[in-house]
Design a protein around this ligand. Sequence first.
Ligand code: FAD
Length: 231
Amino acid sequence: MTKEYRTEFLERRERTLTAVSYRFKRPEGLDFTAGQYMLVDLGNELIHPLSLSNCPDDAEFVEFTKRMTGSPYCDRLKSLKKGETISIKGPFGQFCFADSKGPLVLIAGGIGITPIRSILTSLEKKKGKSGTIILIYGNLNTEDIAFRDELENLKLPDYHLVHVLSDTTGMENAYQGFINADIISKEVPKSSNAHYMISGPPVMVEAIKKALASIDVAEDQIRTDIFLGYD
Ligand SMILES: Cc1cc2nc3c(=O)[nH]c(=O)nc-3n(C[C@H](O)[C@H](O)[C@H](O)COP(=O)(O)OP(=O)(O)OC[C@H]3O[C@@H](n4cnc5c(N)ncnc54)[C@H](O)[C@@H]3O)c2cc1C
């Protein structure tokens, strides 16, 4: 049965000029797996699914990171005052880490990084064997990269981060353009039985699925988290 919780707003953290994290007191009894999302209800029918962007081990808070678009929902988020309460319902979703033999390839488009950041930080905390992990992260430019420092400094045994930027000004080792089959082929070891997890706006997820099909990745090697509501 889906559970609903009242929770208290704690603080906001700016991640980029357009991505802001909102932290709420972790309600008692709320358990989630990295990669899941909740329905975040701000009242007056302002309700959106948002991925939990923090590590499930964080005992004190849950965090959602929203791309700020100027919508009424974002305006309401901006207006939240410390101590104000809202409702969250869930958790939902199956976009979660599953131990597999091959490399895990995480592909994020922009704000699609949120569930992936939760997965990566939870793997880092576990300090267990997590195998080869490749994160391919697409953004507009360097300023648009949410959680950059953290993702570049994750302490995972076999982890490789690939930046793909539409505008590479200020970053030498990034691919220019959009994530595509060429980049994936170069970065993911050939013959590998890699598993792919793709997260981002619908157009981006569809484009990556097509790219993977073009390099013969089977559908059952792919999981997606589609952020409906973005073009
Ligand atoms: C599983 C899931 C996880 C998500 N996680 C995140 C996250 O971590 N961070 C984040 O910024 N966004 C996330 N989103 C997207 C988020 O729920 C909003 O849809 C999106 O942020 C647009 O909301 P807005 O307030 O900016 O604009 P709005 O003006 O509220 O919406 C823009 C347009 O999209 C339509 N729309 C909004 N929500 C939906 C929906 N759920 N389904 C279909 N159409 C919709 C609206 O009718 C409107 O036309 C997620 C979506 C899904 C489905």
